[in-house]
Design a protein around this ligand. Sequence first.
Ligand code: ADP
Length: 262
Amino acid sequence: LEVQFTQSQKMQAIGQLAGGVAHDFNNLLTAMIGFSDLLLTRHGPDDPSFADVMQIRNNALRATGLVRHLLAFSRKQTLKPQMIDLSEVLAELSNTLLDRLLGPTIDLQFEHSRDLWPVRADKGQFEQVIINLAVNARDAMPGGGTLTVRTANRSLGEAIQRGHEVVPPGEYVVVDVMDTGVGIAKENMERIFEPFFTTKDVGEGTGLGLSTVYGIVHQTGGFLLLDSAPGEGTVFSIYLPRARDDAPALDRYRAGTTSGTG
Ligand code: ADP
């Protein structure tokens, strides 16, 4: 008997497993850090093993950071969706964090369409999505390149299917995050959204960036499409459904919290 799991069921199962493991590890690591501290205070910096114990403690601390990532991924995050204008959120992000994150060898292009439809999304989580994609793009362009973030309104007359992902017909705000990097090998295309899948060196990649992106986009009611050509570059396209039924709330949001530049 063959049991078919959907991609999201698979992600959920792995997430639960990861959460359980992370929780137990967290307790063990807390004990390791606690006992290291005890040794450090008992022996002091003149003791020949002080530096070694310090190493143990610092590595345990790093492991705690990793575990925290895991817990964040597996926990059912409670999203606080609100009406947002993605162009504004992206403009803010690209002026500050993204510029710094990408460094001088990567050219950041931001092409935003006017009168972008509103979407209902958690602003902080959406920023996390863009940051994760930007970090990956940066890592894919070690010799420099261009990262383009583009927004557009899009009416889909028919469904788009690519791999596991099916985007039903409807109205969407699309955000393309496009790099001119190394691209993704064909045999990895289906696997990159799995938690822990990474081609990066130990300590550099956790393999949790894209599974987090996948989780947030789907919890927001959206879809994620991927196009990549090895040696040419990669495009991640985020499709978020147009929000319609809450126009007054958007007006209130605009009036209250944004400066209204365009
Ligand atoms: P991590 O970045 O920690 O490896 P991710 O889940 O974010 O974890 O990414 C998984 C893998 O997908 C990466 O190790 C890399 O091989 C591949 N990948 C993701 N984004 C890109 C990109 N923009 N270009 C090329 N490869 C990518």
